[in-house]
Design a protein around this ligand. Structure first.
Ligand code: NAD
Length: 498
């Protein structure tokens, strides 16, 4: 995930500076939850509470959806020109840029992400996403269509209305931008529900949207638990589309809730991505890519290359290189610029990862490195980068998404066997291929069942390039021109020419 870094000055007092109390943003106003309830968001590096946040539930969802509907139906947003909307989104990107260091710190503290990542990846990519879709706002064109009749047929692209964006905790600001930026560029109003583990950057985004001049109610932000707030939002009759990034189990629940109103759904879900190293690859580059593929964001990334397929001939050599790299990754405070691997986002997530490590051992995989919390870190939800060799595709650690820093290394001997094994999963989000043979690379790219295939690289993203899953990794595409299709209706107009 490379990008141009924002400034990365040492943020020593970021914890002290952080605002300690946050409300819901609804209709341009900051409100307490109707119930008056709040929840604490925790710093996973220290296990201490960071801030208290108003907790949205069904009544707040209803008010937020109504506010968004009002902003959509009666406000200036959908009536203004695309150029004006684009200018406002560009201004929002400018404000994110101006406040990038502060927001990177918020994201690091809330999500357990090293500051070197949030300043070099999350913020620059989120800002680029707003700029990219700001550029689209005045280029959303219809078509003229030759029909069989003596008519003039054309299409208009219209916004859908109220879009519910439900996002996870691993890339809170960035994954919100993948939905919010195109939805707004197309003229929709948005209700954004961040995860309770990581609500702060979304609330700060809402604040900057108001400062940028987005009309009240166009972007509402309501943190709250999935089973109450999220499900009420997905099942609300006033919502025209639900866009979710989350686990496959949550995807099913969101679909079921949305089905009550036949609401359009877009799902970006889990993965168990194969990262494949052929014997003819540049092994140093492949080892780097394999390490980066799984340990990026401490394995809390939907595209994690969690199944590393290695051709037998080079298996031992590559494994040694990967292990050497994994053992060098520095863990520690998320605000330390030298930290490369942060803590898991929560105690639950850390415990889940540790449980999978035990399952791996019980099922006979060989633990090569890692396997538990680091001994020198006494607090924080850290897990050492863990590598299992001798894994078979049937083992639980090769089938289920762990969402943590756990790599399963699987041998293969032959191309067809590799493709069969790589595709033997319910998921289909991403895949990596390492080879110097261009024909093999293209053949593999065609045969792998995945929405994204990286060749001799891994975990690269750009707002211009569509992203999404096959199979139970979801459907629909974020980013690129595909996102404009996802957030607009295509209306056909017929004019009788007499
Ligand atoms: P999650 O599914 O638990 O939660 C995601 C969001 O959905 C949160 O805001 C949560 O509060 C909400 N939610 C939970 N239950 C809900 C329900 N019943 N109705 C409505 N909303 C509900 O996922 P997570 O643990 O936050 O994130 C990890 C998962 O997200 C992993 O499976 C990962 O692969 C996936 N993910 C996918 C992508 C992608 O682009 N495909 C990107 C990042 C993460």
């Amino acid at each position: 995930m490379s990008s141009t870094p924002v400034s990365s000055a040492a943020p020593s007092s970021a914890r002290a500076r952080l605002r300690k109390s946050w409300k819901l943003l609804i209709g341009g106003e900051w409100r307490d939850a109707a119930s008056g309830r709040t929840f604490a968001t925790i710093d996973p590096a220290t296990e201490e509470p960071l801030a208290e946040v108003a907790e949205a539930a069904e009544p707040d969802v209803d008010v937020a959806v109504r506010a968004a509907r009002k902003a959509f139906e009666e406000g200036p947003w959908r009536r203004m020109s695309g150029a004006e909307r684009g200018a406002l989104l560009w201004r929002l990107a400018d404000l994110l840029q101006q406040n990038a260091q502060e927001i990177a710190e918020i994201e690091s503290l809330d999500a357990g992400k090293p500051i070197s990542d949030t300043t070099r990846v999350d913020l620059p990519l989120a800002i680029a996403t707003y700029r990219y879709f700001a550029g689209w706002a005045d280029k959303i064109e219809g078509e003229t269509i030759p029909s069989r009749f003596h008519t003039f047929n054309y299409t208009i692209r219209e916004p859908l209305g109220v879009v519910a964006c439900i996002v996870p905790w691993n890339y809170p600001l960035l994954l919100a931008s993948y939905k919010v930026a195109p939805a707004l560029a197309c003229g929709n109003a948005v209700v954004l529900k961040p995860a309770t583990q990581t609500p702060l950057s979304a609330l700060r985004l809402g604040e900057l949207a108001l400062e940028a001049g987005l009309p009240p109610g166009v972007l509402n932000v309501i943190p709250g638990p999935g089973r109450t707030c999220g499900e009420a939002l997905a099942g609300h009759g006033g919502v025209d589309k639900v866009a979710l990034t989350g686990s496959t189990a949550t995807g099913s629940r969101v679909m079921a809730a949305a089905a009550r109103n036949c609401t359009k759904v877009q799902l970006e879900l889990g993965g168990k991505s194969p990262n494949v190293v052929f014997a003819d690859a540049d092994l140093d580059e492949a080892a780097k890519g394999a390490t980066f593929g799984i340990f990026t964001n401490k394995g809390e990334i939907c595209t994690a290359g969690s199944r590393l397929f290695v051709e037998s001939k080079i298996h031992d050599e590559l494994l040694a290189k990967v292990v050497e790299r994994a053992e060098k990754l520095k863990q520690g405070d998320t605000l330390d610029p030298k930290t490369r691997l942060g803590p898991q986002v929560s105690r639950e997530q850390r415990d889940t990862v540790l449980r999978y490590i035990e399952i791996g051992k019980k099922e006979g995989a060989r633990l090569v490195t890692g396997g538990g919390p680091p001994e020198d870190l006494k607090r924080g939800y850290f897990v050492r980068p863990t590598v299992f060799a001798g894994v078979s595709n049937e083992m639980t650690i090769a089938r289920e998404e762990i969402f943590g820093p756990v790599l399963s290394v699987i041998r293969f001997d032959d191309f067809d066997e590799l493709i069969r094994k790589a595709n033997e999963t319910i998921y289909g989000l991403a895949a990596g291929v390492w080879t110097r043979d261009i024909r093999k690379a293209h053949r593999a790219a065609r045969l792998l069942e995945a929405g994204t295939v990286w060749v001799n690289t891994y975990n690269l993203y750009d707002p211009s390039t569509p992203f999404g899953g096959f199979k139970r990794s979801g459907f629909g595409r974020e980013l690129g021109s595909a996102a404009i299709d996802e957030y607009t209706h295509r209306k056909s107009v017929w004019i009788d020419l007499g």
